[in-house]
Write a protein that binds this ligand. Structure first.
Ligand code: DSN
Length: 465
């Protein structure tokens, strides 16, 4: 019996049930992954106990010899893995991707400067200046106009839209891919101080060189947020913005598989300001246990096996996309270059929220997502987002992707009959459906073939009780 189970059986039981959930269902949320036992050991270590405000060799508190060594090692590994130019530097202290972006803005912008980023329903992120328009008629009129620019909604839901002026660029309504000539025109008209690429749901690669040209022409900083693709960039299976953009931010827990946190890269000159923006500007003590995990994860990402992993992530996503297309699912941007697939469900009986609920009842965990030309609200959007980082770490490959697409098609066919029911009744039908129970059992059997590296003890205890 674990010591947590003895001292706090309530929390141990919650964690045990979560381990079981992760083991027995398919995790297809593209921002999620699981970490090696070594990363988890580092994250659970005593490094969590120490405060270390400041930078290497210049801390405000004593006793930071090991933290200094750890941070130096993490920075050295990040430089190697991401092949940093000699005049670039690294900050590994941001607590999250949003904090990393805020630190960059705090370092390089003034209040009310203009940010220009990707429109959220077309794949951007909240921290790139998002404001929502709650009036559905205004949203519909905006979509009907076919304009590839968004000047913001009346609800400034994110701090970045309160602090800065914001303009956002949309994908081409026909291709649902970014049109660089259009981005250049918007930049020329609005003259942003910072141009941003990246986010959460754009399945195609971004032309970093072209965006840098556009930014340079209007005198803007270029921030490339590669939170989602970081692992694919590290493995050189998608293009890298390092050395092209002025600043690159990323989270470490998605495709990079290195525990939770964030990294910022920029020229050494800009990094002096960014370091000061992190502390004292934005944060207190760094989370050194997470830094230990990131350091171990970066060591893993430097191994040849990580490149094979990243290649398989992309191959799996492309197979999943191809199979879904055969089942008549409409794919945003026609497919994927990376780890994620975005489905537009407007031709299907179930839209994002209800399809995600039905899939979850069948043991397939995904998330409802907005799509380009979205007129619905974010709580009940038209699309579904899928990704392959987790199942690829688990060891699944092409045959499993084919199987997953077939299950998804079957779930749609089964749950379609309840599409007109109110949400609570719809959920009741899902919970009672023998077909969905059967698929959930098949999913469980598949997942059991790919044991996760943390469920053994939970299972041994369950069978001994
Ligand atoms: N929550 C992350 C994602 O799922 O993409 C972004 O912050």
């Amino acid at each position: 019996m674990s010591s947590l189970k003895k001292t706090d059986p309530d929390v141990a039981a919650i964690i045990g049930r979560e381990e079981e959930r992760q083991q027995s269902t398919l995790s297809l949320i593209p921002s999620e992954n699981f970490f090696s036992p070594a990363v988890r050991e580092a994250v659970g270590s005593v490094m969590s106990h120490k405060y270390s405000e400041g930078n290497i060799g210049k801390r405000y508190y004593e006793g930071n010899e090991q933290v200094d060594e750890l941070e130096s090692l993490a920075i050295a590994r990040a430089k190697e893995v991401f092949m940093l130019p000699a005049d670039w530097e690294v900050n590994v202290q941001a607590l999250s991707g949003s904090n990393a972006n805020l630190a960059v803005y705090l370092a390089l912008l003034k209040r009310d400067d203009m940010l220009m980023g990707m429109y959220l329903p077309d794949g951007g992120h909240l921290s790139h200046g998002w404001s929502f328009e709650p009036d559905p008629e205004i949203r519909s009129a905006d979509v009907a106009s076919g304009r590839m620019v968004y000047l913001g909604g009346s609800r400034k839901v994110n701090i970045t839209s309160r602090m800065f002026k914001v303009v956002q660029y949309k994908t081409d309504p026909k291709t649902r891919i970014f049109n660089y000539n259009e981005i250049a025109k918007i930049a020329a008209e609005y003259k942003p101080r910072m141009l941003i690429t990246g986010g959460t749901a754009y399945p195609r690669n971004i032309d970093y060189v072209r965006i840098k040209e556009i930014a340079k022409k209007v005198g803007a900083f270029y921030l490339a947020d590669i939170a989602h693709e970081a692992g694919l960039v590290a493995a050189a299976v998608v293009p890298s913005p390092i050395g092209i953009a002025d600043v690159v931010t990323m989270t470490t827990h998605k495709t990079l598989r290195a525990g939770r946190g964030a990294i910022i890269f920029s020229s050494a000159e800009l990094m002096k300001k960014i370091n000061r923006a992190i502390l004292p500007g934005l944060q207190g003590g760094p989370h050194n246990h997470n830094l230990a995990g990131i350091c171990v994860g970066l060591g893993e990402a430097a191994q040849p096996s990580f490149r094979r992993y990243a290649q398989t992530v992309v191959a799996n996503a492309q197979r999943l996309a191809g199979e879904l297309w055969k089942h008549d699912f409409e794919l945003v941007a026609g497919g994927t270059d990376k780890h994620l697939v975005l489905i537009d469900l407007h031709t299907k009986p179930l839209l994002g929220r209800s399809f995600a609920r039905a899939l979850a009842a069948a043991g397939i965990v995904t998330n409802a997502n907005s799509v380009p030309q979205e007129i619905r609200g974010p709580a009940d959007p038209s699309g579904l987002r899928l990704g392959t980082p987790w199942v690829t770490t688990q060891g699944m490959g092409q045959p499993e992707m084919t199987k997953i697409a077939a299950w998804m098609n079957e779930v749609m066919a089964v749950a379609a009959q309840w599409s007109e029911l109110p949400a609570a009744e719809f959920d009741d039908q899902l919970a009672q459906s023998p077909e969905l129970k059967r698929i959930a059992m098949e999913v469980r059997v598949l997942c059991e073939k790919y044991p996760l590296p943390f469920t053994a003890e939970v299972r041994a205890e369950a069978t001994s009780e």
